[in-house]
Design a binder for this molecule. Structure first.
Ligand code: PEP
Length: 245
């Protein structure tokens, strides 16, 4: 049985003071204990959030990391730093990193290897642009990303987020059936590559809200959601976590 995971990617939102206020409120909410919950704040908020959630079941994630452990990499954050501060999950290859910051699959493969080396759990993001979708290239694109990003790995614990790029922050989302179709392809591919098809959790991401989460979670095979904008409001995010109610 794969435990559902709802992960909130705060992106570049919330100062440390705002993060403290958010998390103090969020941890008071009654959350469905059958669902695993992770918050993924900006780096500078990780310390305060880590302290605030230390007496809860809420997990901590980071939005990115360097593939090296230390050294002359100005502006980067290493896996060792994340581990020491209590981070368990790391988003690798979010489409905003791939797009704005030109992170390519070779680089992402190194980051995945760094996760494996340090026992951090990657949330690897894959997905197609609108143009690729319209040209019928969705599976080809995602297959290529998985081949390259998962090359030479033997990870046993892995989360993949299927995030159609055209659905991120746009208010548009894939239909649950379309998402499931791609997710089933991803599961088969991960099984070919790592032999963990049944274990890998595959999330949907792209304009998930309290009002549409249930449609995705009702599909067996969709194991949770990576939530951006809607994870920034305590009430909305709580309703997403408690999608079974
Ligand atoms: C994301 O940041 O991964 C995301 C899916 O964003 P949003 O929910 O805002 O579309």
């Amino acid at each position: 049985m794969r435990r559902p995971l709802i992960a909130g990617n705060w992106k570049m939102n919330m100062t440390p003071d705002e993060a403290k206020v958010f998390i103090e409120d969020f941890k008071k909410q009654e959350l469905d204990s059958t669902v695993e919950v992770a918050v993924i704040p900006p780096f500078v908020d990780l310390g305060i959030v880590s302290r605030e959630i230390s007496d809860t079941e809420i997990k901590l994630g980071a939005q990115n990391m360097c593939w090296e452990d230390n050294g002359a990499y100005t502006g980067e954050i290493s896996p060792l730093m994340l581990k020491e501060i209590g981070v368990e999950y790391v988003i690798i290859g979010h489409s905003e990193r791939r797009g704005y910051f030109k992170e390519d699959d070779g680089m992402l493969n190194l980051k995945m290897k760094a996760c494996e080396r340090h026992g951090l759990k990657p949330i690897l993001c894959v997905g197609e642009t609108l143009e690729e979708r319209e040209m019928g290239l969705t599976l080809e694109k995602i297959g290529r990303e998985l081949d390259e990003d998962l090359k030479d790995l033997s990870l046993k614990e892995l989360v993949i987020a299927y995030e159609p790029i055209w659905a991120i922050g746009t208010g548009k989302n894939a239909s649950p059936d379309d998402a499931l179709y791609v997710i089933e392809f991803i599961r088969k591919k991960v099984d070919e590559l790592l032999k963990i098809g049944e274990m890998v959790r595959i999330l949907y991401g792209g304009s998930v809200k309290a009002d549409n989460i249930k449609g995705f979670m009702d599909r067996e095979g969709i194991d949770g959601a990576l939530v951006g904008g809607a994870s920034l409001k305590v009430n909305e995010f709580t309703r997403i976590v408690n999608f079974k109610e």
